[in-house]
Write a protein that binds this ligand. Structure first.
Ligand SMILES: Nc1ncnc2c1ncn2[C@@H]1O[C@H](COP(=O)(O)OP(=O)(O)OP(=O)(O)O)[C@@H](O)[C@H]1O
Ligand SMILES: O=C(O)c1ccc[n+]([C@@H]2O[C@H](COP(=O)([O-])O)[C@@H](O)[C@H]2O)c1
Length: 214
């Protein structure tokens, strides 16, 4: 494991529950904010970290520069319990399983919960070491327009059907031994980075653009 400089790393006290919300955030948008606010409440998390990815290992096209995506995300998501971090670049990891292993090493004694949108559960079985991820930490899957059927009939959902807990039990997910996952229905937000890029409102070059432009 690399030795990490302490100063620009996210902080969580021992015993804290921390939601990990990984993404390209190219660009960050209201959908991410919406998921974050609901996840903090429904999962009763102490903190939630946005892990701004150096680049999704399954996506061909590289995203906008990391610094611009982080700056944009920080401008949009302001909440005392949310930290926006490029820690995967600092750890030198791209695959989520590697990131999680490294975080568990560097932050022992914290309760991590992986958070992702329903579209990601649908393709989860294509992720590197996806079973290890399922069996290593609890996972919250958040509803996304048009994605519920694909998510709930996915390879991962079927393989781990026994490990699913009811949404009303979401507050206990953080303490549940893995494998454990739940599907959180929240009010849907039909917004995506793809759509914003197609509208040409984000090229990633001008990170100082005010959030209201998106
Ligand atoms: N509107 C939304 N509702 C629910 N989850 C979302 C929404 N937008 C993004 N997410 C989730 O946020 C995480 C990060 O997503 P990402 O940064 O790729 O945004 P995106 O809008 O899906 O981007 P793209 O359109 O480029 O794929 C993923 O787990 C994704 O499923
Ligand atoms: O580890 C993998 O194989 C893997 C494959 C696809 C996506 N991911 C992660 O899933 C998160 C969401 O990715 P994205 O691009 O949909 O925002 C982000 O943290 C990615 O690194 C991870």
């Amino acid at each position: 494991m690399p030795v990490l400089p302490r100063h620009d790393l996210p902080f969580a006290p021992l015993g804290a529950s921390v939601g990990l919300f990984g993404g390209s955030f190219d660009p960050a948008h209201e959908g991410h904010v919406h998921v974050t606010r609901h996840a903090l409440k429904r999962l009763q998390l102490d903190q939630l970290w946005w892990l701004v990815s150096p680049g999704n290992p399954l996506k061909q096209a590289g995203p906008a520069p990391l610094g611009a995506r982080v700056a944009r995300a920080r401008a949009l998501m302001r909440h005392p319990h949310v930290q926006i971090t490029p820690i995967e670049a600092q750890l030198g990891t791209r695959y989520t399983a590697d990131t999680l292993r490294a975080l568990m090493h560097h932050y022992p004694g914290r309760r991590f919960v992986w958070i992702m949108g329903a579209d990601n559960l649908a393709g989860f079985h294509r992720w590197d070491n996806w079973r290890w991820i399922m069996e290593s930490l609890p996972i919250a899957v958040v509803a996304r327009p048009g994605q519920q059927r694909g998510a709930l009939s996915s390879v991962a959902a079927r393989r781990y059907a026994q490990a699913r807990i009811a949404a009303r039990s979401a507050p206990v997910l953080q303490a549940a031994p893995a494998p454990a996952w739940c599907f959180l229905t929240i009010p849907l937000r039909n917004i995506s980075s793809t759509h914003l890029r197609a509208q040409g409102v984000w090229q990633g070059a001008d990170a100082s653009a005010p959030p209201t432009e998106l």
